[in-house]
Design a protein around this ligand. Structure first.
Ligand code: HEC
Ligand code: HEC
Length: 650
């Protein structure tokens, strides 16, 4: 039996090393490394870094700063994590059918490859080392993998684009961030949620973040497991998009969740009154629980937050009249709980703090509007590299994957001196092509007045945030759902009301009227180059890359004379690039006709229509005139389902 395993293992290894050998050659040709995520070895001597562009995992010796080993991955690595014993490394390699590589953390050998869903990311191993959870971003679910057999045993549904996860130290709950809201966009409460999976039963509950919460990215739990921290954008989408200087467009936030109670304790702003801290990405705590670190992809910064002081201040907000429970302990009296935090803080600071002022400003609900909430509790540290993303903390040092500069940021958290920030080159200095420079500018909030937001705040990965905005380019009070940049340059005019004759023009007016900047024309042109380079992601509705039989039936209907979708959704991009009245005017709109949108990638751009009123394509076909161009055409339930399947397969 043992021999048999060894033989199988050997064959697998031989196969994998063949794959690896061929990929390394391809990898060497890659222009960029694109470090996006990292994990520290158990002894704190090594960092494992995922290079998204080079499709590699690098082992970096922290002392020497040298890459000691690199392993090719079969697809773009999106995340990695270590088993609790530090022996195995799990890497999510994203594609329509993702591969999870299981690698020996000491030797770098590939021990197994597990297949999961569409665009795997956010791997997490339970503290007992028995289960691996992986977010399947575009299947909207989470794979549960038994690490004894390296087999996926089930999938647990999430809500929309699960991106990252964290497990509580007792292993009982897995908290999953859903990147985007799943709501219709034309209401006053649109928010993304955190899904909590009970790891015993796989039952789920959700925690709704405050209205405007979108672009959720990172999550971690506090070392004692009582809290989880979630990074996200907090959009003031209901307000007209002016007065960015008051944080009245996109603010940037950290939400604090009480894991046991499964509820939101509060949402604090990471921005300051006159200086935004845009695009919060990853979050990590130091193992002593003292600091919460947040990377800001838009402003190239690291926020270092005093965890105890933050919790103490949040808990002091007058909200909860009921007895309060934290972990196993029930506090009858709120003051008792606050005392607990005061003591904790005093111990961490190494000196008893008697005074421990109580913070009584405002209420918990008001916190998400208070730009001074973190004053005195947080340091903002400028990093040397560009595009900070994943973060790993070892002792009192934070290591940051700096995506655009191919560097590793190193920050000494206990030092107040800015000189304790360094950058380590992970490869040769990248020579940026126009396309790469455009991508960097699109993600750069330093372009924006007071650094509040980047283009990517509303267009994450150059797609959509699921929200409506009042961009004022077509009058005030008529909000429009954010459009994807995919194919924008090939399908003029731009904007759903066609007010910009081309995407080029929309890019330039976006820079001017949304970021309040006027960069040189070369910069705007690089953004065009980047946006034109976007490729559609294969639909999760395809089966082995092909239309399913249901979608094939739908295709016939779509192109039929009788149903007639292709009259307007014509040609390979499914748009005639004309304005049509499909009865979608809302009372606020100034016009009846709207630009016919492309249907490519429509599976990921909900909600639908210019005002985001439909959450599903099925609802759109049933309720809108898109599905009823002629009064004499009645579609059966099956025909509707067939059409939906076809549309979502694009
Ligand atoms: C505050 C949110 C927000 C920000 C920030 C933002 N956009 Fe947009 N963008 C939108 C919305 C909403 C639309 C759709 C408007 C409409 O249909 O009238 C849009 C549409 C576009 C379009 C037209 C797409 C098409 O196919 O019609 C382009 C191009 C565009 N944006 C580029 C950019 C660029 C470049 C930036 C950064 C300079 C940017 N946007 C920043 C919200 C935003
Ligand atoms: C007369 C032209 C016309 C016909 C015929 C038509 N559509 Fe549309 N379609 C439009 C227009 C215009 C919009 C945008 C409406 C808006 O934004 O308010 C649209 C929007 C859509 C959207 C939403 C896309 C998005 O990104 O929000 C889908 C999905 C869609 N149509 C599918 C269909 C299907 C399926 C059919 C056939 C049953 C169909 N359409 C027939 C013109 C048409």
């Amino acid at each position: 039996m043992r021999n048999q395993y060894i033989t199988i293992g050997f064959c697998l290894l031989a196969l994998c090393s063949m794959v690896v050998a061929s990929r390394v050659r391809a990898g060497q040709a890659a222009k960029y490394l694109g470090p996006c995520d990292l994990a520290a070895s158990k002894d704190g001597k090594m960092l494992y870094i995922a290079f998204a562009d080079a499709k590699q995992i690098a082992f970096v010796n922290i002392r020497s700063g040298k890459v000691t080993r690199s392993i090719a991955t079969p697809a773009k690595p999106t995340g990695l994590t270590l088993s609790p014993d530090g022996r195995s490394l799990y890497i999510t390699c994203a594609s329509a059918e993702s591969t999870i590589l299981v690698i020996d953390a000491a030797s770098g050998e590939v021990n197994a490859a597990i297949t999961t869903g569409h665009t795997a990311c956010g791997p997490v191993v339970t503290p007992d080392g028995k289960w691996l959870y992986v977010c399947n971003r575009f299947d909207n679910d989470v794979s549960v993998i038994d690490l004894k057999t390296n087999k996926e045993v089930t999938r647990v549904p999430a809500i929309r684009e699960p991106l990252a996860a964290a497990v509580t130290p007792d292993g009982k709950s897995l908290l999953v961030v859903n990147h985007l809201p799943a709501d219709r966009a034309d209401t006053s409460d649109v928010a993304a949620v955190v899904t909590i999976i009970d790891t015993q039963s796989n039952a789920t509950t959700t925690i709704r973040l405050p209205s405007g919460a979108s672009g959720l990215r990172g999550i971690c739990t506090s070392p004692d497991g009582k809290y989880a921290y979630v990074t996200h954008i907090l959009a003031r989408y209901e307000l007209p998009t002016k007065q960015v200087e008051y944080g009245w467009m996109n603010a940037n936030a950290l939400s604090v969740i009480e894991t046991r109670e499964k509820k939101l304790l509060g949402t604090v702003l990471l921005d300051e009154m006159y200086l935004g801290a845009a695009n919060p990405w990853a979050v990590a705590c130091t193992t002593n629980g003292k600091w919460i670190c947040v990377t800001h992809a838009g402003t190239n910064e690291l926020s270092v937050i005093d965890a105890t002081a933050l919790l103490e201040k949040l808990l002091a907000m007058p909200v909860n009249p009921e007895p309060y429970q934290v972990g196993e302990v029930l506090y009858d009296d709120r003051n008792e709980l606050l005392d607990y935090f005061r003591r904790l803080r005093a111990t961490l600071r190494g000196k008893p703090e008697e005074s421990g002022e109580l913070y009584t400003l405002g209420s918990a609900a008001g916190v998400s509007n208070d730009f001074s909430f973190l004053a005195g509790l947080r340091r903002r540290i400028k990093l040397k590299g560009k595009g900070p993303r994943g973060i790993a903390v070892i002792g009192s040092k934070a290591y940051v994957a700096e995506y655009f500069s191919d560097t590793l940021g190193v920050v000494e958290l206990e030092s107040k001196s800015p000189s304790r920030v360094s950058g380590l080159a992970l490869g040769p200095k990248p020579q940026l092509t126009n396309q790469r420079r455009g991508e960097m500018l699109f993600n750069n909030a330093e372009l924006c007045f007071q650094h509040w937001q980047s283009c990517a705040s509303c267009h994450p990965e150059a797609r959509v945030d699921g929200l409506n905005w009042d961009l004022i380019n077509d009058g005030i009070g008529n909000l429009k759902n954010t459009k994807s940049m995919l194919l924008a340059h090939k399908t003029p005019p731009a904007m759903s009301s066609g007010v910009r004759e081309s995407a080029e023009m929309a890019v330039r007016t976006g820079l001017k009227h949304i970021l309040f900047t006027d960069p040189p024309e070369e910069d705007a042109a690089t953004i065009d180059t980047y946006l034109k380079s976007l490729e559609p992601v294969p639909s999760p509705y395809l089966v082995n890359g092909q239309l399913s039989p249901v979608a094939k039936r739908g295709k016939k209907l779509f192109f039929s004379e009788k149903v007639g979708c292709s009259k307007c959704h014509a040609g390979p991009l499914y748009t005639d690039m004309q304005m049509h009245d499909v009865g979608s005017k809302s009372p606020c709109d100034r016009r009846r006709d709207f630009d016919t949108p492309t249907l490519i990638e429509v599976w990921r751009t909900a909600p639908y229509f210019h005002d985001g009123r439909y959450t599903t394509v099925k609802e759109l076909i049933i309720k809108s005139r898109c599905g009823k161009q002629r009064s004499n055409v009645e579609l059966s339930e099956q025909q509707i389902n067939d059409l939906v399947e076809f549309v979502l397969s694009q």
